[in-house]
Ligand binder design. Structure first.
Ligand code: GLP
Length: 248
């Protein structure tokens, strides 16, 4: 069977934009149809395919542009700020919520505290070069971080404040990663199509005082990829601890 016409066209377009810098405008449906001698419907399907693959982004009223390439996620206890700086991007944040709240049952059990104990809730949009990369909802042990709510996390890095102001040095943690469908409001904030696939990271980080941070981060599935170091299983069977768990 031959490939449908739009697939060939998508492939040709993919090759054409392979070396183009992020943000380069790409031909409109009409232009693409005209120059390739195909119908507008075929041109639209070809463009749609590259948008779905995360190679192009459509901006309403402006056109279609070469998208950011997929960004690798390290499996380490690094901060968003440091990750993005290390990749040559300029990190920034928009604060959606920052306030003290009483721990509910679930949060209390994560922190091994009592329900009702104070926790600091911080929700942020994390951006790289002005492009939304993630939504992060963090909970922190407020009893050990007096005055944390007075920081401006639109400007400051959370991990930097924890270290510099409170001497919190994380020494371990767990990160659970799952695939999910973006919630409608998250899709809007991340500027991704409704119902898009996202990666959800749930990080629990601890210092010598116990669990300090519990953060859920939502990353667009088309902009991120995960890579993990794999090592042979040793005689004791003590390979790095990671597991693919079935969600019940
Ligand atoms: C990463 C982690 C979060 C952590 C954040 C801190 O994104 N997944 O769990 O809260 O970094 O970032 P920053 O120090 O830039 O505020």
């Amino acid at each position: 069977m031959t490939e449908p016409k739009y697939r060939d066209l998508a492939e040709a377009l993919r090759r054409r934009i392979a070396q183009a810098p992020v943000g380069t405008p790409t031909p409109s449906e009409r232009e693409l149809a005209e120059e390739s001698g195909v119908s507008r419907m075929t041109a639209r399907r070809a463009i749609d395919e590259l948008v779905r693959a995360g190679l192009l982004t459509r901006e309403v009223g402006r056109g279609t542009f070469v998208a950011h390439p997929a960004v690798g996620m390290p499996l380490q206890l690094t901060s968003f700020t440091d990750d993005m700086l290390a990749r040559g991007h300029v990190p920034s944040s928009e604060v959606l919520e920052a306030r003290l709240v009483p721990a509910d049952e679930q949060i209390a059990s994560v922190f091994q505290r009592d329900p009702g104990d104070p926790v600091f809730l911080l929700s942020r949009v994390r951006l790289a070069d002005g492009v939304p990369m993630a939504i992060e909802r963090s909970h922190l042990r407020a009893d050990l971080l007096p005055g944390i709510e007075s920081h401006d996390f639109a400007r400051e890095s959370l991990y930097r404040v924890l270290l510099d102001e409170y001497g919190v040095r994380f020494d371990g943690g767990e990160q659970v990663i799952r695939a999910a469908i973006a919630r409608p409001d998250d899709a809007k904030t991340l500027k991704i199509p409704p119902q898009s696939a996202v990666l959800e990271f749930v990080r629990t980080s601890s210092s010598d005082a116990g669990v300090m941070e519990w953060t859920t981060s939502i990353y667009p599935g088309t902009r991120f990829e995960l890579s993990a170091q794999i090592a042979p299983v040793t005689a004791q069977g003590s390979a790095p601890r990671s597991a693919l768990r079935v969600r019940g």
